[in-house]
Design a protein around this ligand. Sequence first.
Ligand SMILES: Cc1cc2nc3c(=O)[nH]c(=O)nc-3n(C[C@H](O)[C@H](O)[C@H](O)COP(=O)(O)OP(=O)(O)OC[C@H]3O[C@@H](n4cnc5c(N)ncnc54)[C@H](O)[C@@H]3O)c2cc1C
Length: 291
Amino acid sequence: MYPRAIENYFAPTDVAEVLTLLQQHGEQAKLLAGGQSLMPLMKLRLAEPQTIIDLNQVAALDDIREENGRLYIGALARHADVATHPLILQSYPLLADAARNIGDPQIRNRGTIAGSLVHADPSADYPPAVMALDGQLVVAKADGGTRTVLIDDFLAGPLMSDIGEDELVTRIEIPAPTPHSGGAYAKHSQVAGDFAIISVAAHITLDPSGICRQASIVVGGVIPKPGRAEQAAGLLQGKILDAPLLTQAGEAAAEEVETEDDVRASAAYRSQLIRVTVPEVVRQASTRAEE
Ligand SMILES: Cc1cc2nc3c(=O)[nH]c(=O)nc-3n(C[C@H](O)[C@H](O)[C@H](O)COP(=O)(O)OP(=O)(O)OC[C@H]3O[C@@H](n4cnc5c(N)ncnc54)[C@H](O)[C@@H]3O)c2cc1C
């Protein structure tokens, strides 16, 4: 289906201009980033904005850098940039793993990290990865204010996120990893390039003797939004991550994360995938932590 015709199209070149446009048109407007979720929604007429505010000409919204002990990823950074950026590959490989798993090359060349997080598909790849890394979003408001929101609070439910009609996500911030930290991400889907049936993100910090000091495990592909496997992560703390312990963590994660049937998979199959994937992903994360 063709989208309903829009009345206004704007292509601002800086953030201040975007915010002014949001103030004037916010209620009937949609921000357009990569368009890889918005355009399908418009074609299905599930979104019928009168006004499109195209972010693609806005300068300096796509930079990726480390500053003040944090990774800054501009809202317009494309999935392909996140998947291949040397700094991310070196220090935040879990994020690169997630970006590399999104859709196909065309989607990765257009889609943006902020667009994905705002769209908040519970089976998307970034949400569990950004959760495992304790990321937060910086949001600029039309009234000139700025707020920072933790990813766990930002993701509100299926296709629901904590963003107002007059707000723009300007960047994602991730705390720089401490020494001996490592992360990994894996996804199971029906076919390559599809959304996740189940995905698992893990971030591990070891002490110099190899004992786990901190662990985050997040499971995607479940509703209403990716879930933290806190009991599984708790089992790992203060221990050497040997095979029996990882199996135990997989069991615990399968027990504590609720799964449901849908067109892609049954709840039981999802639980089994969690059971076998958590040990693999934690093992890879801990190998990276040792490197
Ligand atoms: C065929 C296909 C396969 C896909 N497969 C996957 C997959 O395997 N895994 C996966 O994770 N995703 C997948 N996607 C979704 C893809 O990752 C999208 O790129 C992403 O969900 C949205 O990013 P975008 O930049 O395209 O956002 P857009 O579509 O432009 O926007 C999405 C929403 O975010 C809002 N928005 C965008 N930027 C901002 C901002 N800076 N501030 C505030 N609001 C903003 C828009 O107004 C809109 O509501 C797929 C999409 C398609 C079409």
